[in-house]
Unconditional design. Structure first.
Length: 235
């Protein structure tokens, strides 16, 4: 049989579009602090850095604006969105409400498969934290919470968290840059995992509240300037 008969099966393009790749690269750069809060995002410079056209850069910026990572300033054009404690406090308050309820319901429903998935997600998270790999940690943490929300049946709440995920990740990168959080973060999440796997709904919700309360305290100190961030964004 001639190969020509199967030409329609050939994959001509990468699974990701250029816009998706550009969004991912810019999002990661903002989350990790390579672009600082308030820094201008110059289209021509980004075209050179990413190796893509101006139309692709504009699409990526619009997408990140919808995520709350970019804002358009009058006369300045797109800049990295500023992150202050007033905004961060609201994000942590939302997270406490959604994540504590999701963890409790996950604990009530968790079967053997959910427990195995959650333990695997936490193992990947702990490995990324130990290797200080921010990109892997971002993905592993997202997966950890995805398991919890999915098993809890909280799909709408997960949609809300996903929309906040860029800003959540900026805060996570900010707090994980401190020695105290690098040591305590994985341990706090291990307690969430243990409580869920023990089907202890009350302990799971409390573990989430402790985890986020500690993170919020560190973020407040840094964003209000006591930690040297001066109210800007992640360094």
């Amino acid at each position: 049989m001639e190969n020509a008969a199967h030409d329609d099966l050939k994959i001509d393009h990468l699974p990701q579009t250029l816009r998706e790749i550009a969004v991912e690269r810019l999002r990661t750069a903002i989350i990790l602090g390579r672009f600082r809060s308030g820094e201008r995002l110059v289209e021509r410079t980004l075209c050179d850095q990413l190796g893509v056209s101006r139309s692709v850069v504009r699409e990526a910026i619009r997408y990140l604006e919808a995520e709350g990572l970019v804002e358009v300033a009058p006369r300045s054009g797109p800049v990295v969105a500023r992150l202050d404690w007033a905004q961060a406090a609201q994000i942590y308050a939302i997270r406490v409400l959604l994540e504590s309820e999701a963890a409790a319901d996950c604990a009530r429903r968790a079967d053997g498969q959910v427990k195995a998935d959650l333990r695997a997600a936490h193992a990947a998270l702990a490995a990324a934290a130990a290797e200080a790999d921010p990109q892997r940690l971002y993905l592993a943490t997202t997966r950890f919470y995805e398991v919890i929300f999915s098993a809890a049946g909280h799909q709408i709440a997960w949609d809300i968290v996903q929309r906040l995920n860029g800003r959540i990740s900026r805060l996570r990168a900010l707090t994980l840059a401190t020695t105290e959080r690098r040591a305590s973060g994985p341990e706090r999440m291990a307690r969430i995992c243990e409580a869920v796997c023990a089907n202890d709904a009350k302990a799971a919700a409390q573990a989430v509240r402790v985890h986020l309360g500690e993170a919020a305290g560190i973020a407040r100190r840094l964003l209000e300037g006591e930690g040297g961030d001066g109210g800007g964004g992640p360094r």
